[in-house]
Design a protein. Structure first.
Length: 441
């Protein structure tokens, strides 16, 4: 038996990755070791599979963490981003390659020279967004360039959404990933390029007048709103589009969600200011507190039936549900309200939608191309989010161990030698894009 693949973290997005690696374990001759703070749910998923083994681990236990890494062939970290450095340091010490689905941070980036010198690969941003977004965009961009096309505009949209058959609340949204990230989305504002101008939008204005785009969902044109993500500007050079007049990366949501979420921001529901503990109070108590804090009824900001329904969905009139956790900020309470009212039920399915919109010139003719991906979850444990985050990690891990990917150093999947084999394998699993090209004016 070869050295095992070691996975740190087995949360919501890890299930499909675990299934994929176990499926290929017999032919690869490798076990999958899974280390997590809680292991009971992992054991249930393994169902006595002889190729899986669990380790109950506090990630800060440096001795056990280091020992597990030393005995592995390759490490995948699905821990919170702040903890990747602990794992990366041990991987460097023991000469093991590392994969994450998180944004590449400066600390891990600074390890590049030593990682490359040791013949290792630290591959970050290898999930959905970031991950599939990079790989699919570059595949499309480079195919246009290969034909002699010149790209003037690039827009990339992605959203973790709810599948139409499970869309039964006024927010048209259900949580399929880390709920904290939902609450804090957009906090950094946005920076991007539009019509050769650098545009900067602060958090308070990010959801005010969102633009819209149409995507075909289950053969029906479906309208989504979008807001720009963080800082899109570094990706202009990364995607080698220095002359593109428009370049922006965004997040997709239902238009009604955007409208309601903007109200929550304006009313202070996403505030991270210190707050007295509300444990033991009802959901309705909290909304009364927010009305007192704002000096007005929450309906004053919008008297539409939709906003009434959205507030009620979150517990505006709920005098029985009790806030049970210790809370330190208003955002903490909002997170529990969301988890209580907008979680996926056992019969619900989520949905991933990704869309690249490009405009380019070829032989003095202008074209527009839309490349879209729609993935629907199969169950609460096999969500679209888990599939699109986990599959790129699992595929890349096997390609590295099988010698197909040979790149060294610290990087993200922007080189053809990285993204082409991964995208080929993703297509075999059903994760594939549909392209529509049309002539403009």
């Amino acid at each position: 038996m070869k050295q095992p693949i070691l996975l740190f973290g087995a949360g919501k997005s890890a299930g499909v990755l675990i299934d994929y690696l176990l499926q290929h374990a017999p032919e690869d001759g490798r076990m999958l070791w899974i280390a997590d703070a809680r292991t009971e749910h992992i054991r249930q998923r393994l169902n006595n599979n002889p190729y899986g083994k669990t380790f109950e681990l506090d990630i800060h236990n440096s001795e056990t963490r280091s020992q597990l890494i030393a005995e592995s062939a390759l490490v995948i970290s699905m821990m919170p981003p702040a903890l990747h450095t602990l794992i990366a340091t041990d991987c460097l010490k023991h000469g093991k390659s590392l994969l994450t689905a998180s944004y590449l941070d400066d600390t891990i980036k600074s390890m590049h020279a030593e990682v490359e010198q040791k013949g290792l690969l630290f591959l970050c941003e290898m999930g959905l967004d970031p991950g599939i977004d990079h790989m699919s965009a570059l595949q499309l961009i480079n195919s246009i360039k290969a034909k002699g096309g010149h790209i003037q505009s690039f827009k990339s949209h992605c959203g973790g959404l709810v599948s139409p058959e499970s869309d039964n609340n006024p927010w048209h949204y259900k949580i399929s990933w880390n709920p904290r990230n939902v609450v804090l989305a957009g906090k950094a504002g946005a920076l991007y390029r539009q019509h050769n101008q650098t545009v900067q939008i602060g958090y308070q204005d990010l959801f005010v007048n969102p633009e819209q785009v149409t995507v075909s969902i289950q053969e029906r044109p479906t309208l989504f709103s979008y807001y720009p993500n963080r800082n899109s500007l570094p990706y202009i050079d990364m995607y080698e589009l220095p002359t593109a007049s428009t370049f922006v990366r965004t997040t997709l949501r239902h238009p009604d969600f955007m409208r309601g979420w903007n109200h929550l921001i304006q009313l202070g529901f996403t505030s991270e200011s210190p707050l007295d503990d509300f444990s033991g109070n009802t959901f309705a108590d909290f909304f009364r507190y927010m009305e007192k804090k704002n000096g007005q009824s929450l309906h004053t900001i919008d008297d539409s039936p939709l906003w009434y329904q959205q507030l009620d969905c979150l517990g505006y009139q709920n005098e029985t549900a009790v806030l049970r956790k210790p809370f330190f900020t208003i955002a903490d309470i909002l997170q529990q309200l969301l988890e209580s009212s907008l979680s996926l039920s056992p019969t619900d399915n989520d949905m991933i939608v990704m869309l690249h919109e490009l405009e380019y010139t070829l032989d003095e003719i202008r074209y527009g191309v839309n490349s879209s991906l729609v993935v629907t979850g199969r169950s609460q444990s096999h969500t679209a989010m888990a599939e699109t985050v986990g599959m790129p990690l699992g595929i890349a891990a096997r390609l590295i161990l099988n010698g197909v990917i040979q790149q060294k150093g610290v990087c993200i999947p922007t080189a053809p030698s990285l993204y082409q084999p991964v995208m080929t394998e993703l297509e075999k699993t059903g994760i594939r894009f549909t392209e529509i090209t049309r002539q403009l004016d």
